[in-house]
Structure formats: structure tokens, C-alpha cells
Design a protein around this ligand. Sequence first.
Ligand code: A3P
Length: 279
Amino acid sequence: MTNIDGYHISSFKPSEILSEIFNNIPVLKCRYDDVFICAPVKSGTHWTWEIVSMLLNGKAETIPNSKGAQMLEATPTEIIDEIPSPRVLNSHLHLCRLPKEALEKKCKFVFILRDPRDLAVSYYHHCKGISLYEYDGMFENFLPLFLEGKLDYNNYLEYVVEWEKAMEERPEIHLTYYEDLKTNCIEEVRKLALFLGITCTDDLIRRISDKCNFEQMKDDKDNHIPEEVRKAIFRENFSIFRKGTVGDWKNTFTVAQNEYFDSMFLEKMKNSKLLRRYT
Ligand code: A3P
């Protein structure tokens, strides 16, 4: 992991991209119709990206492997510049590290939240499953890293608070909860369409929601990863589409870990309107 001025970010990201981001060089030209999917890592970025892309394309059809190509901190700017509109850019970077132009132009942002306990478990499997992290620790050692903000993109709570403040004055930010996508995907897709200003039929909304369900997406996406890429990046049996459930943390956290989580996060979550539902 690289540490740039106290900000942790994976060192396998291309160094020229990191230096652009951290030197605040506004190389990326934002377009008025860019949509940004932003979320803490493992909150359901792939899922939401797919839904938004399908809504913008007006088709319930998957485009293989293109979320990664539109991820700000993973893809060279020249490549992002070539992507035809409307782009569905995505990032886990803090709001203050996103291109200023995106805020000035009032681009649309979809912000996703997920129960931080489920996220911590998902993040643990992510770090273990992606070989570039070279991580082999136990969850009991991983949880403190997450709670103390020592993983990529630093502190989860600070990240959320920054977005929460921005949402108070920016109607161009739409919030989607992972758990709501799970319980009523059709309704959440409808809200996303409304937010994006897209008129679409109930039938298309239903088809997008079906096409983006967990099993379908796992099938569509995992089968499109070339074998050599899979071998270079993933450890055996790893998939971004691991379980896709709500409440999985209960199968992992011990009572002591739950108490530790509460001691570090609970009060702060109660003070956040956005996170209170998880307390
Ligand atoms: P789990 O590891 O808990 O299974 P991100 O896309 O931000 O990296 O988040 C990945 C998490 O979202 C993983 O969680 C993954 O399984 C889940 N996910 C991805 N697509 C999903 C879908 N269509 N339905 C439910 N969960 C999904």
C-alpha cells in the first residue's frame, strides 16, 4: 500500500494517476452529462454502476468489464477522455480528491452506502482475494485496520461525513443504500431513473433490475474475465461477486469484535443521519 501525505492507496494503481490526483492537477475534463458513482470500497459500486449504465443506454444489456475502465484512480486520463458520453465514472476517492470541475459543472453523483460491518467483511475477502495486495491476515487483525482507517482510502466514517455535508447543499447527489437495492431493486432503479432524468417503461426497469441481480451479474461478469487477467490479479476462487447478502457480518464477527466495532464506530454513526439506520 502507498501512503501519500497520510492517505493510503494501493500501490498497484498507476503512479502517474496517483500523482495527478494528489497534486490536484485538473487533467480530467469533465462533461456536463458525466455521472459519477461514488462509494466506500465494497458498498455495491459494480452493481450500481451496471444499473446506471443500463439506464443511460436504455437497454438491459451488460457491457463486459467496463466499470474498471471508467474508474478514476485506476485508469489513465487519456483513456477516460476517449470514452463516449454519457460516461459512468466511478471512484472510491474522498469527495475533496475528485475533479473540482465535476462539482462546478454540477455533474450527477450517485452515492452508495452499505452497513459498515458487512463492508468490513467484504473488504477483508477483497484484500485476501486480490493477489496484488499480498494480504494473508486473519479477520481479527484486519478489523482494527478498517476501524482505524489504515486501509485504502483511509477512514470510512470521515468519508461518509464529507458526503453527508455535501448532500445538504447539492441536490445533484443521489443516495442509494445497498440494503434497499437488495429488498426492492425495482423501486431503487426507478428512483435512479428519475434522478438521472430518464423516462423509461416499467418493463425496462424490471428487466434492468432482473439483469442486475446477483447471480446474473456474477455469471455475466465472472465469465468475461480473460483467464490470464484472472490469474494475474485474483487468487483462486476469488470473485468480486462473493455472496451479495445483507447481514453476513453476523457470521464473521465475534461478540468481542462486535463490541470493539461499537466502541469505535457506534456513537459516530448515531450522529450521522445517513448511518443511523445501521445503529
Ligand atoms: P460481498 O463481498 O459481501 O459479497 P463493490 O462493487 O463496491 O466492490 O462491492 C462488492 C460487493 O457488492 C460484494 O459484496 C458483492 O458481492 C456485492 N455485489 C455486487 N453485485 C451485486 C448484486 N448484483 N447484488 C448484490 N450484491 C452485489
